[in-house]
Design a protein around this ligand. Structure first.
Ligand SMILES: NC(=O)c1ccc[n+]([C@@H]2O[C@H](COP(=O)([O-])OP(=O)(O)OC[C@H]3O[C@@H](n4cnc5c(N)ncnc54)[C@H](OP(=O)(O)O)[C@@H]3O)[C@@H](O)[C@H]2O)c1
Length: 223
């Protein structure tokens, strides 16, 4: 059976570009909250030989994640989970609402921790597996008007670095991925980035990630 890659936030941006890249060699299962986006993504990706499917699931909802990931593992031989779903609200700290703060913490932190925890028993039983966490250069240093976004990405960095140590010798490989700006729908609702044409394309970044996906614990696209 062909191996499968699960990608959260696979309906747009980097997640969709990673899906395109990985679907050349693997089956791909996309996770996201908006069914129409996932359906469109599957339609565009289904032109090659590997199977592309989707599951509607909020990565920050513990129960949904457990149910959906268990169901995927029953049908597929999963070897890689890419925690890519993420969101950002870029304003001075005092301008962020409670909802903005909770959205970033829930999506970026819980939305990474819950799927990672859910796949662990399956990967442990298999004796192999990989968890790739899409972070950002915002997980490497603080930035103006990105305080809470950076806090969430630092959290995912600490989480990933800890798993590297905790899972040593299990055959399960966590990877932290750091990149700068990419021209994706992430920036549609904000003017935080003045000139999007200077950003890398998500396809370029997806290829760089794929080419370095060799069980290393860190991938630096930008520093
Ligand atoms: N764009 C950049 O410049 C940049 C730079 C460095 C790092 N990153 C990181 O790269 C990752 C991908 O971002 P992107 O640029 O590709 O943005 P994007 O196009 O907005 O993609 C984010 C995807 O995540 C999904 N998502 C959001 N919340 C979710 C949830 N709770 N559960 C499941 N899916 C959820 C969204 O779909 P639904 O809303 O339909 O669920 C969307 O498809 C993020 O982690 C981001 O922090 C981006």
């Amino acid at each position: 059976m062909n191996k499968t890659v699960i990608i959260t936030g696979g309906g747009s941006g980097l997640g969709l570009a990673l899906a395109k890249q990985y679907s050349n060699e693997f089956n791909v299962c996309l996770i996201g909250r908006t069914e129409s986006k996932l359906q469109e993504a599957v339609r565009t990706l289904s032109q090659n030989n590997n199977r592309v499917s989707y599951q509607v699931c909020d990565a920050a909802n513990y129960e949904q994640v457990q149910t959906v990931l268990h169901a995927i593992f029953e049908k597929e031989s999963v070897h890689l989970l890419i925690n890519n779903a993420g969101t950002g609200v870029f304003e001075p700290l005092n301008a962020l609402t409670k909802e903005d703060i909770e959205l970033m913490v829930n999506t970026n932190v819980y939305g990474t921790i819950y799927p990672s925890q859910a796949v662990f028993p399956f990967f442990k039983k298999q004796g192999f597996g990989k968890v790739m966490n899409i972070i950002s250069t915002a997980g490497l240093r603080g930035k103006v008007n990105e305080s809470v976004y950076c806090a969430t990405k630092f959290a995912v960095r600490g989480f990933t670095e800890s798993l590297v140590k905790e899972w040593e010798g299990t055959g399960i490989f966590p990877t932290a991925v750091y990149m700068g700006g990419m021209d994706t729908p992430f920036w549609d609702e904000t003017d935080h980035i003045k000139d999007r044409s200077r950003l890398k394309s998500p396809e370029t970044v997806a290829k760089m990630i794929f080419d370095q996906d060799d069980n290393r614990s860190e991938i630096f696209i930008d520093r």
